[in-house]
Write a protein that binds this ligand. Structure first.
Ligand code: ATP
Length: 233
């Protein structure tokens, strides 16, 4: 599902170039979940942005769902995101003027998919039935993030990316939201990549990786135990 080979991303830091991602290799099988942790500034969001075709690699090959993301045109990247990606952000990013139901069904409508029992089931499973006609502003943070999860799954994308999905939630909501995100992706057979600082959130994933010095390392609850740059999650 995800195949990243020799990914290099560098930024200009003053007058010098700094490699944030340095010959990074990463494979993830379809229907699996992985949690990626790492220090602030280690490049986690940069990696997610590249997987989302929102940013380009300087070197290397990035493939998602059989598509090579390198050098896609803007139109191709838009099509790729629309069809293949579901994204959950830390800040929820719901459409304020649309109801919960319209937010949730938006990606499905965009893809010309039928709206029906699947979406009602999502609403039910995420405990949002009684909020169906409300606007996001009238929901708590935990409820808004549950809407964002339903929206990310609405078109049954190939890949779900979540960047600190519980970063704005308290401990209790963080557990509830994480459990729902991982369980629903597993249930629907969706591939999931979650960036998180939280070991509790990471514990839900099939595998855990640490981004350190530009590369991903296998990671459990111990410090990194693998220095090879080839990581299969
Ligand atoms: N557009 C940009 N221009 C220059 N530097 C950037 C840009 N985007 C990110 N960086 C730098 O790249 C590095 C990696 O940033 P990134 O946001 O990917 O890290 P992160 O691991 O997600 O951090 P955090 O956990 O704090 O969100 C940081 O040093 C950041 O300052």
């Amino acid at each position: 599902m995800i195949e990243v080979i020799g990914l290099v991303k560098q930024i200009t830091d003053g007058h010098s170039n700094k490699k944030i991602l340095d010959a990074l290799d990463f494979h993830l099988k379809a229907k699996k979940s992985v949690a990626i942790s790492g220090d602030s500034g280690s490049g986690k969001s940069t990696l997610l942005n590249i997987l989302a075709a929102l940013d380009n690699a300087d070197k290397g090959v990035v493939k998602v769902a059989g598509l090579t993301l390198n050098n896609m045109s803007e139109v191709q990247a838009d099509q790729f995101r629309k069809k293949h990606l579901g994204i959950v952000f830390q800040q929820f990013n719901l459409i304020d003027c649309l109801s919960v139901w319209d937010n949730i069904t938006f990606p499905a409508r965009l893809n010309g998919l039928p709206i029906g029992p699947f979406h009602n089931d999502l609403l039910e499973q995420l405990g949002l039935k009684s909020h169906k006609h409300k606007l996001p502003v009238n929901l708590s943070g935990g409820e808004q993030q549950r809407v964002a999860i339903a929206r990310a799954l609405s078109h049954q994308p190939s890949l779900v990316l979540a960047d600190e999905p519980t970063g704005n939630l308290d401990d209790n909501n963080s557990q509830v939201v994480s459990e729902l995100l991982f369980r629903l992706c597993k249930q629907l057979g969706l591939t999931l990549v979650v960036v998180t600082h939280s070991p509790k959130v990471a514990a839900f994933a099939d595998s855990r990786l640490l981004l350190q010095q530009g590369r991903l390392h296998a990671f459990s609850n111990q410090p990194p135990n693998q220095t090879s740059n080839l990581v299969s999650a």
